[in-house]
Design a binder for this molecule. Structure first.
Ligand SMILES: Cc1cc2nc3c(=O)[nH]c(=O)nc-3n(C[C@H](O)[C@H](O)[C@H](O)COP(=O)(O)OP(=O)(O)OC[C@H]3O[C@@H](n4cnc5c(N)ncnc54)[C@H](O)[C@@H]3O)c2cc1C
Length: 454
């Protein structure tokens, strides 16, 4: 008889885990507290405009993730990001400025001063940090590449990924690519070239691709939900979880039913902040305490649709991130949604999503929709030369949007390892572990499913 697994949480992490487990022959039940599956992912369309509530795209790093998407029958629905979206912008001195993506463009870029560029080369001769160090992203960048690289590079970049504060984020945990290059090769610049060559020599030619789906990310959620149609319960309130004779006896209610069942193992795929709300045995819930202090950035996602002719900028890129120093602007960044993927705006229209708040300005989360709207419109007027009013609007608020891998995060990983050692039939999954991106969540779910013994 196959093992019975309970998955708690129906965001992309829980959905992917439940589906991967089902594919491996486990008997699976997924319980989701909300009336719909998908967690922070949801797509809304109206009059040809399309808004994503959370993630707008998936950066795929491995063939395995593409294969998983294929296994859901979504191959023909995948939409690759446009060529133009390789171009990125930051704000500099109140104006939009292209980010140099090649050494040659870097040489001529006005994003950094000549002295700032020279200072970045200091990376070539700075000794690496001790292997047990845990510097912040800000201290790490200052040390290796200088203050300008922090202010007009890492600062907006961390706002883009984490809505995060580089003074608090841990270099080794929040941005492992740079940390690993330093640790392995002694320098980011030297290491980047060497790592590329080693990857090719090892026969790894997979180039990361940014994708979505023709009708938005909901297609991914819908396909997973369809696979799990007999295995998922929404609006589920878990009443009790008890350890009983080698299994987990779980009772839950919905508006119309009450159920109990016994499971061999549990995958808890809820945000770290929600773990404490689960009615778990005292010894287990006590072990979750260190995870409760993982900070989450509050983020407001405001999508607006405009007449294309109302915007003077070409919108020929992925979007624009705002360095904290650029105090004229209050948004964290603007994503040029309809330039990245087709079908996001009607002919003659343009869709832009702005992100507001984050760890940089958490207080803005408490502003009214009207106040946020005013901020977004003012910033877009300065950033991309917006003249008119939006013809489409959607606002989404996420109080606990993105977990922060702050300095000291290693202790959280130790706590997780300890929980899974003490309770081998409990697995923890979610954006607070192994990366915040949608592809990280899918890959981590697959890894957990692969490790479980039928
Ligand atoms: C505004 C925003 C923009 C983003 N942009 C991008 C992007 O462009 N690219 C990218 O890769 N990533 C992006 N992300 C990150 C990514 O979308 C998330 O990290 C990822 O979707 C998290 O998935 P999850 O399943 O771990 O968590 P969630 O989506 O939070 O799902 C957790 C689920 O658990 C449920 N739950 C909680 N408690 C219980 C309980 N007691 N019982 C049952 N269920 C429970 C919740 O209701 C929820 O459905 C973005 C995130 C946000 C918020």
């Amino acid at each position: 008889m196959s093992k019975k697994i309970l998955v708690v949480g129906g965001g992309i992490s829980g959905l992917s885990a439940a589906c991967a487990l089902k594919n491996r022959g486990f008997e699976v039940l997924l319980l989701e507290a909300k009336p719909r599956l998908g967690g922070v992912i949801n797509t809304v369309s109206e009059n040809g405009f399309r808004a994503e509530s959370g993630s707008n795209s998936v950066m795929v790093h491995s063939q395995k993730t593409l294969d998983f998407i294929k296994s859901l029958g979504l191959e023909s629905r995948v939409e690759n990001s446009s060529a133009v979206s390789k171009k990125r912008f930051f704000a500099k001195n109140g104006r939009i400025c292209e980010v140099p993506m090649s050494p040659l463009k870097m040489l001529f870029s006005r994003l950094f001063s000549f002295a700032g560029k020279l200072r970045m080369l200091g990376d070539l001769r700075k000794p690496p940090h001790p292997s047990d160090a845990d510097p912040s992203v800000a201290d790490f960048t200052r040390y290796r590449l200088g203050e300008e690289a922090l202010d007009y590079g890492m600062n907006p970049f961390m706002a883009g990924i984490y809505g995060g504060n580089p003074e608090k984020l841990s270099a080794r945990h929040a941005f492992p690519p740079f940390w690993n290059l330093e640790q392995k090769y002694g320098s980011i610049i030297k290491g980047a070239g060497k790592a590329r060559k080693e990857k090719a020599a090892a026969g790894n030619f997979f180039k990361p691709v940014m994708i979505s789906f023709k009708d938005g990310l909901n297609e991914l959620v819908d396909a997973l939900a369809k696979k799990l149609s007999q295995n998922a319960v929404c609006s589920a309130r878990i009443a009790s979880i008890d350890y009983e004779s080698g299994g987990w006896r779980v009772c839950w209610t919905t508006d119309s039913s009450e159920d109990c069942d016994v499971f061999d193992e549990m995958v808890l795929a809820v945000p770290a902040k929600d773990l404490k709300s689960l009615p778990l045995p005292f010894t287990l819930s006590k072990m979750f305490e260190p995870l409760d202090s993982i900070e989450y950035a509050p983020v407001i996602s405001y999508t607006m649709g405009f007449k294309r002719s109302d915007i003077s900028h070409k919108l020929d890129g992925f979007g624009a991130l705002i360095p904290e120093k650029e105090s004229k602007f209050r948004i964290l960044g603007a994503l040029f949604v309809s330039s990245v993927f087709g079908g996001r705006a009607p002919d003659g229209g343009a869709t832009i999503t702005c992100y507001v708040g984050g760890m940089r300005r958490p207080e803005l989360f408490n502003y009214s929709d009207g106040q946020i709207r005013k901020i977004v419109l003012e910033d877009l007027r300065g950033l991309v030369g917006l003249r008119g009013e939006p013809v489409f609007e959607r606002i989404f608020r996420w109080k606990n949007a993105i977990p922060q891998y702050n300095v000291g995060y290693g202790e959280k990983l130790e706590a997780i390892a300890e929980i899974e050692k003490e309770f081998p039939t409990v697995k923890l999954l979610g954006a607070y572990r192994g990366g915040v991106g949608v592809s990280n969540c899918i890959e981590n779910a697959a890894a957990i499913a692969e490790k479980m013994n039928p």
